[in-house]
Design a protein around this ligand. Sequence first.
Ligand SMILES: [Mg+2]
Length: 273
Amino acid sequence: MNNDTAKIKLVIFDWAGTTVDFGSRAPAAAFTGVFADNGITVSDQEAREPMGLNKREHLVAMLSQPAIASRWEEVHGRPWNEQDVDSMYAAFVPIQLEAIQKHAELVPGLLEAVEQLRSQEIQIAGTTGYFKAAAAAVAVKATAAGYTPDANFCADDVPQGRPAPWMIYRAMESLGVFPPSSVVKVGDTVADIQSGLSAGCWSIGVCDSSSLVGLSLSQLNELDADQREAKLANARETIMNAGAHAVIDTIADLPQLLSEFGNSNQRLEASLN
Ligand SMILES: [Mg+2]
């Protein structure tokens, strides 16, 4: 790999839990809500397990968890089926849109990080497991707060959501960026990390705002130092076990990390091989 291909030209950020909605609370709340409406109690952790997938697949992944499947049978007297998924998804959409209105604030440090990246001629894109109306709602709120990626793709724009790489490739194509080794994907879930690896680009996880930690900024700040570190350590471990090339505690750390990438082409080449 020569110096030119190793230069980072594009950073593709996830939305909820990475750039907006610290703790990724909007999707988690919507999933627990739609299950509650069907008589099923699911924990916050159960709702977050498949986070990052497209939202219909997320519903299927939750229903397929043995503990949730057996709760469904207890309440409904039969196993769940595709029609249940259809009706739950139809009910989920408005709940999700409403939750976004409450949880779409920018993650602290994002605007400064984006400004620094753009000053180095790095383009910015967004990808999300949200369906079109949800992705649009988030983007409108982010633009009002000062964050507008140069390209934006959601699960409805591609035949398969994460862990498939298609949203990343759409972003690269629309912004004219290649090869994948000049692209960095940043996200807060295992599915995000896997999509970056599927695309053959750099795959980086962020911890403090993530769905893996699952707390609002004020909830995180209320923890004592040991509890906070334990939460972050758990997120770091999950991200690295998913195969990430690097993990950062907070989005503000990204420009520094990328400048280190740029200074170590050999390490980059070794990692991508
Ligand atoms: Mg996310």
